[in-house]
Design a protein around this ligand. Structure first.
Ligand SMILES: [Ca+2]
Length: 164
């Protein structure tokens, strides 16, 4: 009898602990939050769809991509860029001007290229190409997932999870 009572008390403690460990249901942003940031989020989403950077600085490089799995890059450059910076892949917007560098070789997922934090920041689903010749470079691209994200945004769907 005593053993059964201890066992029952133990089971109750376990059940209570399991309940205490349950995550509360996650709530999304409030309606007021969504209304206030609806327009800014759509504006940021529209700029994510296209990359169109020009670069100025020394280097030589060539690259092309149809997603991160079918891409190649070889070269080295150190430049300032201006233009549409391409997908954010985060909430904070990218500036339309800045420093950009990339050095090395990349073929598909074998990536030995680095920009030491100042690389172009391609999204994994981007399609585009770029080249750098002596002092001038250009990089253009489009991201189909960002197009879906932009269109979905009108219906409050945010597949890229980049809305404020
Ligand atoms: Ca979005």
């Amino acid at each position: 009898m005593k053993t059964a009572a201890i066992l029952a008390a133990g089971l109750m403690i376990c059940a209570l602990q399991a309940r205490a460990g349950e995550e509360p249901a996650k709530e999304g942003p409030s309606v007021a939050h969504r209304i206030l940031l609806y327009i800014p989020n759509r504006v940021l989403d529209v700029f994510d769809m296209v990359r169109a950077r020009v670069r100025l600085g020394p280097g030589i490089a060539v690259g092309a991509r149809v997603t991160d799995y079918a891409d190649f890059y070889v070269g080295s450059y150190l430049s300032v860029y201006a233009g549409l910076p391409g997908p954010r892949c985060r909430r904070m917007p990218r500036l339309p001007v800045g420093l950009e560098t990339q050095t090395g070789v990349e073929v598909s997922v074998a990536d030995a290229a680095t920009g030491l934090g100042l690389d172009p920041g391609y999204s994994k689903t981007e399609i585009g190409l770029g080249a750098h010749v002596l002092l001038i470079g250009a990089d253009i691209g489009i991201d189909p997932v960002e197009i879906v994200d932009f269109l979905g945004g009108f219906f409050l769907w945010d597949p890229r999870k980049d809305d404020f």
